[in-house]
Design a protein. Structure first.
Length: 295
């Protein structure tokens, strides 16, 4: 993946070159002793250098490191400033046997019409029990007995701000791979995921959109560079009323013309929620990217 994520706190590809092979080792110089002889200067300099290390138990935690980075980068125009906590209902799903030392991919899930953020409790285990952290937000409009998604105007801009706030908050608490943050959704949630990756492609590694409608899909010219090589999975079902096979083909062609990597799936049946096969395919699609080297 060529693009760096917003959520990696502006790290650069060559940043690791600045550090020594032993990251927690430091060299200290005792400058109290005089140098008597220029011929012995090199030998004396070597004698004056000592090695120091940190106690492993005293190393900062992941959350403390993130907090320090945010503090160091803080300015009026910086994304590291403390942001108001969103009041949008949401749920976080932890993988089975969560390990703080491992940088997990994050799946941001957008539920279908008539559902809510509680859907993540069933969706994430069906995608994978262990591979990802999950985040689900409640839809921004009422739909049936639950909620759905609007991808226009103020409701959508509020959604963008809420996703930003929640992901940054999660990164302070959990170990998330900043370049492996993915969007996924079903129905109107798929439409929301599509609009979000088109608006903020630098934030995300890809999107999986199932049975969504894309009647006015628009590729912003100013975003074409960031969209290049972004991965998008488009899928529908043969009996879907909201997303015909022809709609998927047309959307795929448009996205491909902008340089994105497009995958497509057509399933036999579509219900009101994603099938186990769809969710399993999301896992395989994302893992193809997770297992590829970061460029």
């Amino acid at each position: 993946m060529n693009e760096r994520s917003f959520f990696d706190f502006d790290s650069q590809p060559d940043d690791s070159d600045r550090f020594e092979s032993t990251p927690w080792g430091r060299r200290f110089e005792n400058s109290t002793g005089p140098i008597h002889d220029s011929l012995n200067q090199d030998r004396l300099h070597q004698d004056r250098v000592i090695e120091g290390t940190f106690d492993a138990d005293e190393l900062p935690t992941h959350g403390e490191i993130i907090e320090l980075i945010e503090t160091l980068h803080a300015s009026e125009s910086s994304p590291f400033l403390a942001r108001a906590t969103t009041d949008r209902p949401h749920l976080i799903h932890l993988p089975e046997h969560y390990e703080a030392g491992y940088a997990y991919p994050l799946v941001v899930w957008f539920h279908g019409d008539g559902s809510s953020e509680a859907e993540v409790a069933e969706v994430m285990p069906s995608i994978s029990e262990r591979n990802y952290l999950g985040l689900a937000l409640r839809g921004n409009v009422v739909a049936g007995d639950g909620f759905g998604w609007s991808v226009s105007g103020e409701p959508f801009q509020t959604l963008v701000d809420d996703v930003e706030s929640l992901v940054l908050a999660m990164r302070r608490q959990y170990h998330i791979h900043s370049e492996r943050i993915y969007l996924a959704g079903f129905g109107s949630g798929a439409s929301a995921a599509m609009e979000l990756i088109l608006k903020k492609p630098e934030w995300f590694g890809g999107a999986a959109c199932f049975c969504g409608a894309f009647p006015e899909l628009h590729i912003p010219k100013r975003r074409r560079r960031e969209l290049r090589n972004k991965r998008v999975l488009l899928a529908t079902a043969a009996n879907s009323r909201t997303c015909k096979v022809g709609d998927v083909v047309a959307a795929g062609r448009l996205l491909y013309s902008s340089g994105m990597q497009i995958g497509t799936r057509v399933y036999q049946d579509a219900g009101s929620t994603p099938s186990s096969k769809m969710l399993s395919d999301i896992n395989h699609w994302f893992m193809d990217d997770v297992c590829s080297p970061v460029l």
